[in-house]
Design a protein around this ligand. Structure first.
Ligand code: G3P
Ligand code: MG
Length: 235
C-alpha cells in the first residue's frame, strides 16, 4: 500500500520528551496526521502520561497516584515541559491530526467518554478526530458502552485465545498488535473481520517495509519524521 498510516507514538518521542506538547507539536510539524498518547486519571482529570511511576520520565519518583494533580503538574518531564492535560493535546491537534487516546489507568474510559462528549458539543471536535484504544479489556468495553460512535481498537502484546470473539464483541475499527506477533496470515485474518491492522512500535524503515509487505496498514513510531514528508504526511 502506498500511504500507510504513520502514527506518532507518544508524539515525536524519539527526539522530544514523550507525551508532551512539544512532542506532539514536533510530530505535527513533521507532517504527522495521527498522534498516539496515553491517559491516566488523577483527581478526575485526564493526564497524558504513560507509566504508573514517575521515575523514568520526570524529575519526580514513586507511583503517579501518590501525588496530587497540582504536584504532578509542577513536575519537569524534560525540555521544560509539563505533563499535559488530554484536552490541551486535543486542542493542539484539532483540524490537524486524528488522536489515538490509549486508556491506561482505571476509570479512564468513563472520564474520556465524559470529556469527549463535552468537547463534541462545545468545540469543533468530532468523533472522526478520535480513535480510543486499550490493552485493558474492561476499559475498552466500558468506553464502547458509553460512546459507541467513537472508533476503538484493542491493543495486544500477545494474541488472546479468544481473538475472534473479542473482535466480534468490540467491533473495532483497528487492531494494534506488537510488531513481533505479526505474520501475513494473521494480518489477513484480522482484516477479514473488517479491521485495520497497525503495528507497534516501528522505528526502522526496513522493519516498516517488512510489516507493510505482511499486510499492516499502519504503524506506531517514535520517529514520525523518518517516514513522513512535511508536504504530504500520511492519510
Ligand atoms: O498503542 C500502541 C502502543 O502505544 C502500546 O504500547 O506501552 O507504548 O502504550 P505502549
Ligand atoms: Mg500507548
Amino acid at each position: 500500500m502506498s500511504h500507510p498510516i504513520v502514527i506518532a507514538h507518544r508524539g515525536a518521542s524519539g527526539c522530544c520528551p514523550e507525551n508532551t506538547l512539544l512532542a506532539f507539536r514536533t510530530a505535527l510539524e513533521s507532517g504527522a496526521r495521527w498522534l498516539e498518547l496515553d491517559v491516566q486519571l488523577i483527581e478526575n482529570r485526564l493526564l497524558v502520561f504513560h507509566d504508573d511511576y514517575l521515575d523514568r520520565t520526570t524529575n519526580g519518583c514513586g507511583p503517579l497516584d501518590n501525588y496530587s494533580l497540582n504536584d504532578l503538574r509542577q513536575l519537569d518531564v524534560g525540555a521544560g515541559e509539563k505533563i499535559p492535560f488530554l484536552e490541551e493535546v486535543l486542542d493542539l491537534a484539532l483540524g490537524r491530526a486524528v488522536v489515538n487516546i490509549e486508556l491506561k489507568g482505571a476509570g479512564t474510559a468513563e472520564a474520556t467518554a465524559a470529556l469527549l462528549t463535552r468537547l463534541f458539543t462545545l468545540t469543533q471536535l468530532t468523533p472522526e478526530d478520535i480513535l480510543v484504544s486499550s490493552l485493558k479489556r474492561n476499559e475498552l468495553r466500558r468506553f464502547q458502552e458509553l460512546l459507541p460512535q467513537v472508533r476503538r481498537a484493542p491493543v495486544y502484546e500477545k494474541i488472546p485465545h479468544d481473538l475472534d470473539r473479542q473482535l466480534e464483541q468490540f467491533a473495532p475499527w483497528s487492531v494494534h498488535l506488537k510488531k513481533t506477533l505479526i505474520t501475513a496470515t494473521l494480518a489477513r485474518h484480522v482484516q477479514q473481520s473488517g479491521c485495520k491492522l497497525f503495528a507497534w512500535t516501528v522505528n526502522r524503515k526496513g522493519e516498516a517495509e517488512e510489516l507493510l509487505a505482511a499486510g499492516v496498514e499502519g504503524f506506531f513510531t517514535d520517529f514520525p519524521e523518518r517516514f513522513l514528508l512535511k508536504s504530504g504526511g500520511s492519510e
